[in-house]
Each structure stands twice: as structure tokens, then as C-alpha cells.
Design a protein around this ligand. Structure first.
Ligand SMILES: [Zn+2]
Length: 77
């Protein structure tokens, strides 16, 4: 991990999802656009599971078009 000289506590990291260089966030290891993407996906998954509670992660992936890895990640948490 890189430390930015002269900028106090700020350190840089690569976004876990897209690899973009970003300022490290305390509560997230994704950049802002990925976080928005996750938020949106999460809402979509919730909506999908609300109307069809018996769907598996794979079904949700097929219903919503959200990548299976993302569905699994969001459903688990
Ligand atoms: Zn990102």
C-alpha cells in the first residue's frame, strides 16, 4: 500500500473491484463508482428476492443480469 507524503492520514489503494487507484476508505475497499454499483445491485437483488423469495443466487443472477460473483458477495453479507 502506498502512503501519500504530506497528506496526513490519507493513503491510497486500488479498488478491489475495478483496480482504480483511490483514497482508502475506512468502510469500503471499493471506489465510489463501484460502491454505487454495489448499492444498486443490492437493491435490485432485494427487490427480486422480495417478490420471489425462493430464488437461488443463480436464479437471481439470471433474473437481474448481475454477475453471479456479485450476487453471491451481496447475498452473503
Ligand atoms: Zn472501483
Amino acid at each position: 500500500m502506498l502512503k501519500v507524503k504530506g497528506s496526513g492520514e490519507m493513503s491510497l489503494m486500488n479498488c478491489k473491484r475495478c483496480g482504480r487507484l483511490m483514497v482508502q476508505q475506512r468502510r469500503s475497499d471499493c471506489c465510489e463508482s463501484c460502491r454505487l454499483y454495489y448499492d444498486e445491485s443490492y437493491r435490485e437483488i432485494r427487490r427480486c428476492l422480495h417478490s420471489q423469495p425462493h430464488l437461488t443466487a443463480y436464479d437471481v443472477h439470471k433474473e437481474t443480469g448481475i454477475p453471479l460473483s456479485v450476487v453471491l458477495e451481496l447475498v452473503r453479507s
